[in-house]
Design a protein around this ligand. Sequence first.
Ligand code: EPU
Length: 302
Amino acid sequence: MRVEDPKLTAELASLGIDLRTGTSLAELTSLGIGGTTDLLRITKHESIPALIELLERHQVPHKFLGGGSNLLVGDGELPWVILQLAKPDPEIVLVGNLAHVDAAADLGHTVTFCAKHDLGGMEGLIGVPGTVGGALRMNAGAYGMQIGRYVREVKLFRAAERNLEILKGDQISFEYRHTSFGPDDMMLAVTLELPSKPFKEILQGIRICNEKRRSSQPLGQKSAGCIFKTPPGASAGRMIDELGLKGLNVGDAKVSDRHANFFVNAGQASASDMLTLIADVRGRVEKAFGVKLENEVVVWNA
Ligand code: EPU
């Protein structure tokens, strides 16, 4: 989708929007898959209500992109424009045990920045790619912790009410890879309350998690992390592995040889290859184990 109307382009500029035409989503996602569209980079949170109103008035469909690390985007010319927050400077402000973090901040950078200031708790999230906003939206977690536990306040654009709001931690429910945010809500900033811990101790935790991750996940390859959610009482990776499906491929979309719940783009995989592989594996697991695996990866089909 292209923003072609010069009136709209001028209005976007007046809202401080940085318009990047013909952006490849393959370059903005960790899977390296996705077609082309216009990218609108937001430099001021306060411009968002006017921006959404403007896009609706001009009938321009839009989607909001975080770090693109848990996302499978369709092929070809995409039928919506992409909105993304530009990173502010500074991204993180610490006040005592509170970390005020912009949603565009890199999650790994946030974990290490807080660690250097003797604030811990998020060691498990080291190595999880993406932005703080993306992690918040889906309550990212690993090695026994989830980000939701530390959330005290969230600033967001509430799509239903069309305005900027601040929610307290107890107004949000955080469950396994699920939150009570609306599907179109945009995460803008978060306040985390983190426990005090000496840097050396946090570093040790970070090293252990890094080591576990390196030994069990295909870190150097293009992926979106785990493709399926963990079903109650079972493990998606173990079931796929038990069926001998590691290495199974559709074109360049491939079940990782290292962790069977990671599907990698081993070259020039298309979204259609990846979706076919996902459907195939889901069908085989259901047939063998009677378990219908649910996507963890978010799919934006064209
Ligand atoms: N397993 C196999 N074969 C495999 C992969 C795993 O037998 O190919 C077995 C493992 O040996 C283990 C069990 O399955 O006994 C669970 O595997 P693992 O410890 O790797 O964790 P997981 O349940 O597959 C979850 C999260 C990961 C997170 C890890 C570590 C989900 C869907 N996955 O994976 O998160 O990094 O625990 O905490 O919740 C993600 O969300 O994208 C993600 C990668």
